[in-house]
Design a protein around this ligand. Structure first.
Ligand SMILES: Cc1cc2nc3c(=O)[nH]c(=O)nc-3n(C[C@H](O)[C@H](O)[C@H](O)COP(=O)(O)OP(=O)(O)OC[C@H]3O[C@@H](n4cnc5c(N)ncnc54)[C@H](O)[C@@H]3O)c2cc1C
Length: 494
């Protein structure tokens, strides 16, 4: 279908103001926060629609299914994998109009929201009620809760509280046929269930390839009254790894254990000199929460459990001091590029997760690859869960460096798999990590593909994501090929 005809048909289905087809405006929808979108900005949608209700989403999807037009759901596009980038053109469905809190059910510890609500806005709404939605991605002030569920986003406190999926009790989803279903039992307010297939879990982390989330029923937690933080320095990476084990062996489950490597410490000191972090091979931050005497006791016990491993430890339960210590961790992503003047950070190979025992090997492996490829790297992450973020620093105008950083990102992904880990601990697969899925999942990927084909027989829903490009040429259940269904519609003129 021609773009003009597509836009006209969608204007008739919705209202004219809800349909964007001006070439200049469409270009904004060719991007998310990925390096992929920076180096491949050509994936412009044919049309963008901004529905106001689930019924409008369903109307658009039914039309798309009938006319075999690709559909890409979009939250706030903070994803780092090209997930919200319409690589086969077609319709982008942006969910930012759907951002209301529909119902707070405080006695039952749950809230029902629309998918476009920004994570920090939801927690700001909940705070006066003494409640919190615990997942805490670094993009909290930008990312949508629907995008978090679609990506099964995690955060620093995932060690204790788990990823987003842990807190999703039920979903309303527009399937690729346009049908609307509710997962997690219709009308239920129960906090647990063993009833039927766990469809909620199927849609969490499906990255919009199985349908569009239009409503979420989320589990909440009373805000823990107190927190404490332990800071520790190490002159050997292995000792930092041992300190994590020593903490668990002491019977303590921190909310977070974060690591900054030598380069990350240097970057933070250049970015915020007032923090004056001492040089070290690794800096760890342990956070505990709970009641005030309990957190003080935990902090003291962590300090003594790691005393023989660390070169320096200190702990605090004063909120101002905690905020100052946490600042080093919260600015490191932004600070990374400081270690190479004029460089920018390429968000690729940025999200591996390895077994706890392999964290030192992974850190050393990244440092070795940095030498080999001539790309400076600053590494930090969630050592308590094995998640590592490598900040790879490049001169963006140099095509040869872009090629080298892509080769290095590939080597980092292979390293993670060699060490028994995964290519993505929290950011997801999207376009950029699809090539690793056969190695990571083996025959289980074919089972995922069978589910995809059963729910999306025309292959219209976020095509080109999660599965390797060649898979999209496979036969689909109704005899058409997904590739044919997902054929790009002519891109608008630039
Ligand atoms: C500075 C920064 C820090 C970050 N820190 C973290 C972190 O700590 N932890 C973490 O996990 N991630 C982090 N991220 C990555 C990103 O913020 C998360 O993946 C987030 O969940 C994406 O949400 P979004 O609304 O931006 O989704 P988008 O980027 O818009 O979309 C992401 C994927 O979800 C799909 N999608 C979006 N909304 C829906 C919906 N309603 N229904 C179906 N599919 C949908 C899209 O099609 C796409 O495949 C960070 C990103 C940045 C830029």
């Amino acid at each position: 279908m021609e773009r003009a005809a597509l836009a006209a048909a969608l204007r008739a289905l919705l209202s004219p103001a809800q349909v964007i087809d001006h070439p200049a405006e469409l270009r904004a929808f060719a991007h998310d926060a990925s390096f992929f979108a920076q180096v491949s900005p050509q994936h412009v949608p044919d049309v963008v629609v901004a529905p106001n209700t689930a019924e409008e989403v369903a109307r658009v999807v039914r039309f798309a299914a009938e006319h075999r037009v690709p559909v890409t759901p979009r939250g706030t596009a903070t994803g780092q994998t090209g997930g919200a980038v319409p690589i086969h053109g077609g319709i982008v469905v942006t969910l930012h109009h759907l951002r209301r809190v529909l119902e707070l059910d405080a006695p039952n510890l749950q809230v029902v929201v629309e998918p476009g609500i920004v994570h920090a806005d939801l927690n700001a709404y909940l705070k006066p009620h003494g409640l919190i939605f615990p997942p805490d991605p670094g993009s909290s002030r930008m990312c949508s809760v629907g995008g978090m569920a679609a990506n099964n986003a995690h955060g620093m406190r995932a060690m204790k509280y788990g990823g987003t999926g842990h807190w999703v009790l039920g979903l309303e989803v527009v399937l690729p046929t346009g049908e609307i279903i509710t997962t997690g039992s219709v009308g239920s307010r129960s906090l647990q269930s063993s009833s039927g297939y766990e469809l909620t879990k199927l849609f969490v982390g499906a990255e919009g390839t199985l349908g569009i989330i239009t409503k979420l029923r989320l589990k909440l937690l009373p805000i823990p009254p107190a927190r404490a933080l332990v800071l520790a320095l190490f002159d050997e990476l292995e000792r930092a790894g041992e300190a994590v084990n020593a903490t668990f062996a002491a019977g303590i489950l921190p909310t977070a254990i974060e690591i900054l490597d030598r380069g990350a410490i240097q970057a933070v000191n250049l970015y915020r000199p007032a923090l004056k972090l001492p040089p070290a091979e690794a800096l760890l931050l342990f956070e505990v929460d709970g009641n005030p005497p309990g957190v003080r006791d935990d902090a003291e016990r962590i300090t003594s459990a790691i005393a023989t491993l660390a070169t320096h430890t200190e702990w605090a339960d004063d909120p101002a001091r905690i905020a100052a210590l946490w600042e080093a961790r919260s600015v490191v992503g932004a600070a990374a590029s400081m270690v190479r003047p004029g460089a920018v950070r390429a968000y690729c190979g940025e999200d591996i997760c390895v077994p706890l025992a392999q964290v030192p090997a992974a850190l050393r492996g990244i440092a070795r690859l940095s030498e080999q490829h001539g790309i400076p790297a600053v590494t930090y992450g969630h050592i308590g869960g094995g998640g590592l973020h490598a900040g790879l620093l490049i001169e963006p105008a140099n095509p040869e460096e872009i090629a080298r950083v892509q080769a290095m990102a590939d080597a980092i992904h292979q390293l993670a798999l060699d060490l028994g880990g995964t290519v993505t601990g929290e950011h997801g697969v999207g376009v950029v990590r699809a090539p690793y899925m056969p190695r990571e999942h083996g025959p289980a990927l074919a089972t995922m593909w069978a589910i995809k084909r059963a729910l999306d027989p025309h292959g219209i829903m976020n095509p080109g994501k999660i599965f390797p490009a060649e898979w999209h040429g496979m036969e689909s259940t109704d005899g058409e090929t997904v590739q044919a269904a997902a054929r790009p519609i002519a891109a608008p003129s630039r």
